[in-house]
Design a protein. Structure first.
Ligand code: 2BA
Length: 109
């Protein structure tokens, strides 16, 4: 048994849930926040048999898009320490950040 943890863009989450449901995967959806952009994203927990992990990964890959986002993170400017100014910073987000972890035990009690 494996647990696939997929962090995806909010805009991809609905379609990804649909595709996982159509393919009979069990999913839990969590509202999450990215530590860098500090904006909302979606984390999906998908418990499945080890031999089906590749199927899950294919669905995630096929559904989640790469996007460019701009943040006004505090960026150091000037030569003196402590000089900060809000500067737009462009980052590429996604398609998806995925962790696959072993499940020691899975039960419903
Ligand atoms: P955020 O932390 O909001 O990061 C959004 C995007 O900002 C990242 O996209 C990456 O392109 C950039 N970024 C993140 N940290 C950075 C840094 N210290 N310096 C410069 N750029 C940085 P993704 O890599 O696609 O990540 C999307 C979201 O997935 C992240 O949102 C975070 O919620 C999660 N994530 C990514 N890697 C993770 C990890 N190793 N552990 C836990 N969560 C992770």
């Amino acid at each position: 048994m494996k647990l696939v943890i997929a962090i995806v863009h909010d805009e991809d989450a609905h379609e990804l849930l649909e595709q996982l449901n159509i393919n009979s995967f069990k999913v839990t959806k969590l509202a999450s926040t990215g530590g860098f952009l500090k904006s909302g994203n979606t984390t999906l927990l998908i418990g499945t048999k080890a031999e089906l992990v590749d199927d899950v990964l294919k669905i995630v890959k096929d559904t989640c898009n790469t996007r460019t986002e701009v943040t006004s993170a505090n960026t150091v400017v000037g030569s003196s320490a402590g000089s900060y100014m809000a500067m737009p910073l462009e980052v590429t987000v996604g398609g998806a950040t995925v962790f696959v972890v072993d499940v020691e035990n899975y039960m419903k009690v």
